[in-house]
Design a binder for this molecule. Structure first.
Ligand code: BES
Ligand code: ZN
Length: 623
């Protein structure tokens, strides 16, 4: 009996296997070209909607099912070309019934592999049957030990910049906007969430339906599944998190409704219905990701004192700059991030006051100057706002330039025209380009035409956008609070004593600024004292920890080593890992430590962080 079953199973398997290998191939492949990091032929065929049917398999670490793409093929193109990478394509059907001829192009390292599908004149629906691979870069599968609750697995996707193609075959380029819907099936113990209409409670079937009725670019598609619960903050905002984190997260983000109100007052109505935040496990590689309706956030911003909530202002601001008005290519990335950092700062000012907002912005400018110094040596071209990412990974363009130089450019324009006029411009810009994508050149043209009412004001747009470095017209952000800290740091450095240190009114940002102004050699002998007095190594504030540990490494203050190691094992946020590993590899002893820790920690890092750290370790010339 068993033998018979095995034989039948083998035959069934072979039939399916042979059938899937013998699908009709494309007779003559069209020439495949990469434009804006995509193989897709979005200039010829319009993608309007994607309907996903996916099953989440935690044991195998795969998603499997189909993506049904609605297309408009008005130019009667013979092919649909989609982006894929690390996907197992099983079959392709046209309009629910006809098997299509299809072929995959050559695998290429950054942009992946084109999926070419032969179309008929009347094709309106293309169903791609596929499964993801366990190592798909967009998907992080977490063991129970990597979660807070330690009992259940967890998964989340991160599609930006060009990783959506590793979990959905699509036109993976921000120039293309489409609506999406999804039917997701998972173990009924877990709740799936998407950047779409969400369910707040799990049901007994494990099947959930999602809709994103507004057109979005592929990099905003997102899915997370785990033991997740919800707490409302107002009738259109709330927090999702593992139950162990939910109360803390809701406390930390309690001012979210105020932020949403402030943002809408500045630049127009919030366009997406709800705004919820999902707090992820610590291995999330970013601070936050502006997935529409559902921001993904690192738990490392939950400091207990709301001192790091500007991250929420940032992701919320993307609901306008980025999600509503989107950079057309990754070379125009500053249109997303520069506008967002400016907008973030305006939200912080509206909610927490000018002095605090200035302090945050001035800290960021400090970081920008540091980045400029390095980039002017290593790749000055990357200090331009408009990037050149030809044959490069868009990830290479993610730096303080797009973020902070971009924001300072807008502060410069604000200073020339005055806040009222500049805010009118921004309102007009968001309303004119909403649901569309914009290039840098279109921004310039729109700006010039809108501002032609003030012909006497002549902003130097080209210098800011197309030249390297920071123009001399960059406004100075003065923060009295930070100046006070600088004076203290100076005294500490010269006196080689902590006498001048007065932390009575210190916030997280004061500490960061202090650490950044202490000179390694001058304070070597003060490290232990500082640590003892302020309990810094054992701090639970992720930002303070990162900057303090940097100082510890530079001063060979090894008493902090166990804390540093624990931090590098637990936290997966690239922003923290990157500078710490970089600082470690500067000396032979440090490099040895770095390698040791990385070998233990890398399995817990997201691919995005792991790749960056691997590069740092490989690049270091220290023996
Ligand atoms: N959209 C970005 C994250 C991103 C950028 C992911 C490029 C992949 C490629 C997000 O809005 C962001 O900027 N996050 C920052 C936090 C922010 C407060 C500066 C981060 O993750 O550190
Ligand atoms: Zn951002």
């Amino acid at each position: 009996m068993l033998q018979k079953i095995t034989r039948i199973a083998t035959i069934v398997f072979l039939v399916v296997f042979v059938a899937s290998c013998t699908h009709k191939k494309i007779a003559k492949m069209p020439t495949l070209t990469v434009k804006n990091h995509s193989f897709s032929n979005y200039d010829s065929v319009k993608l309007t909607h994607i309907n996903l049917h996916l099953k989440v398999d935690f044991d195998k670490r795969i998603l499997s099912g189909k993506a049904v793409l609605d297309i408009e093929n008005t130019s009667a193109c013979q092919y649909l070309i989609l982006d894929t990478r690390q996907l197992n394509i099983e079959d392709v059907m046209l309009d629910d019934s006809v098997s299509a001829a299809w072929s995959l192009g050559e695998e290429t390292p950054i942009v992946g592999r084109a999926l070419v599908i032969a179309l008929t004149k009347n094709t309106r629906k293309v169903a791609v049957y596929y499964s993801t691979r366990p190592d798909a870069e967009a998907i992080m599968w977490l063991n129970p030990e990597q979660t807070l609750g330690k009992k259940h697995p967890f998964m989340f996707t991160q599609s930006q910049a060009i990783l959506a193609r590793t979990w959905v075959p699509c036109m993976d380029v921000p120039a293309v906007r489409f609506t999406y819907s999804a039917d997701i099936e998972c173990d009924s113990k877990y709740l799936p969430l998407m950047s779409a209409t969400n369910n707040f409670k799990r049901n007994t079937t494990g099947r959930y339906h999602f809709d994103m009725p507004q057109p979005i670019p592929s990099y905003l598609m997102a899915l997370a599944v785990g033991n997740i619960e919800f707490q409302a903050l107002s009738n259109n905002t709330g927090v999702f998190a593992e139950p162990e984190m939910l109360k803390k997260a809701a406390n930390e983000f309690s001012e979210l409704p105020v932020m949403v109100a402030a943002a809408s007052k500045l630049y127009g109505e919030y366009a997406w219905g709800r705004y919820d935040i999902l707090v992820l496990p610590p291995s999330f590689p970013f601070g936050g990701m502006e997935n529409p309706r559902l921001t993904f956030a690192t738990p490392t911003v939950i400091a207990g004192d709301k001192s790091l909530v500007s991250l929420v202002a940032h992701e919320l601001a993307h609901s306008w700059s980025g999600n509503l008005v989107t950079n057309r290519t990754w070379e125009d990335f500053w249109l997303n991030e520069g506008f967002t950092v400016y907008f973030e700062s305006r939200i912080m000012e509206a909610v927490y006051g000018k002095s605090y907002a200035d302090m945050l912005m001035a800290l960021s400018v400090g970081e920008l100057n540091h980045t400029l110094e390095t980039l002017m040596k290593e790749g000055p071209g990357d200090t331009k706002l408009k990037l050149n990412l030809k044959n490069r990974n868009p990830d290479d363009g993610v730096s303080d330039i797009a973020y902070v130089k971009g924001a300072m450019f807008l502060y410069y324009l604000e200073s020339l025209y005055g806040r009222k006029v500049f805010d009118d411009f921004l309102n007009a810009y968001f309303s004119h380009f909403k649901w569309q994508t914009v290039t840098t050149e279109e921004f310039i043209a729109y700006f010039n035409s809108h501002m032609s009412k003030w012909p006497k004001i002549k902003p130097d747009l080209n210098a800011w956008i197309y030249d390297v470095g920071l123009p001399s017209t960059c406004p100075k952000i003065v923060s009295q609070e930070l100046s006070r800290v600088e004076k203290m740091a100076e005294l500490i450095n010269t006196e080689k004593s902590l006498k001048a240190l007065d932390t009575a009114r210190f916030t997280t940002q004061h500490w960061l600024h202090l650490f950044r102004h202490l000179e390694a050699d001058s304070i070597k002998n003060l490290m232990a004292d500082m640590d003892k007095t302020y309990n810094l190594s054992a701090s639970t504030n992720s930002e303070i920890q990162c900057d303090w540990y940097l100082l510890c490494i530079s001063n060979q203050y090894t008493a902090a080593d166990p804390y540093l190691e624990k931090y590098l094992m637990e936290v997966g946020r690239r922003k923290f890992l990157e500078p710490l590993y970089e600082r470690l590899v500067e000396t032979p002893e440090g490099k040895e430590k770095a390698n040791k820790i990385f070998n233990k920690a890398y399995k817990g890092y997201h691919a995005v962080s792991r790749n960056t750290i691997k590069e740092i370790l490989a690049k270091s010339s220290v023996k």
